[in-house]
Design a protein around this ligand. Sequence first.
Ligand code: BTN
Length: 244
Amino acid sequence: MKIVEDWIWQEFDELDSTNNQALAWSKVAVSGQRCVITAKKQTSGRGRRGRQWIGLEGNLFMSLVFEAAPCDLSKFVFISSLSLLNTINQVKKGKAIEVQLKWPNDVLLNGAKVSGILLEKGEGDFLISGIGVNIAYAPEAKDLIYPATALSAVGIKTDCHAFLKEFLCQWNKLLDLWHNQGFQAVLDIWLKSAKSLGEEIVVKNENKTIKGKFVGVDENGALLLLQGENVIKILAGDVFFNEE
Ligand code: BTN
């Protein structure tokens, strides 16, 4: 079924992972098609860096499958997180809730994580953006490395379907911006909502802890940290803020 413009929507009651289903879809898709796959419940959701993503019914689990140059994979992290932020800003309807972005791909509500994004390669030129949004419940798990929240926990009333539709509209708008004005235009907007820009942060990467002043992201999405007089680029890691 079509949902927004030419997005095909496939909804499942239960999947192991919407990203697995998205990969399967990319193997049979015809060039020019794009699809969003959702599941009401996910039994083996994957997170970044080998972590699991809890699949409680009531939350949104979706994977977008679309054609793009594989070298642009990291750029879609920014398209995905900024689309989420814009969607939340729409559905919060003027409520005084702080919505911020945490490099590379988290969206924070009043400082706690409300969503996660996992970009993967599909078949051929298809890319997959797998996104979990805590609409109704914040998962409780001892091994969460970052405090979690949900839209409902801060008083935002929406449902998975309404959120999905708004999200796809926001995604389409950002793709237009990228194509009309270049990717820097997207990054400039992303940076306006980035938490702790210009402040000291900590990045944990494998077994290294790197400290520095968060001064921006480069055109490929690498985090730029100022250490003394040098700006270093960080390609992967978990960011922590001073208060944590
Ligand atoms: C993260 O670690 O923050 C990323 C989490 C990504 C979870 C989503 S839920 C929908 C899609 N299917 C998966 O198996 N993972 C992603």
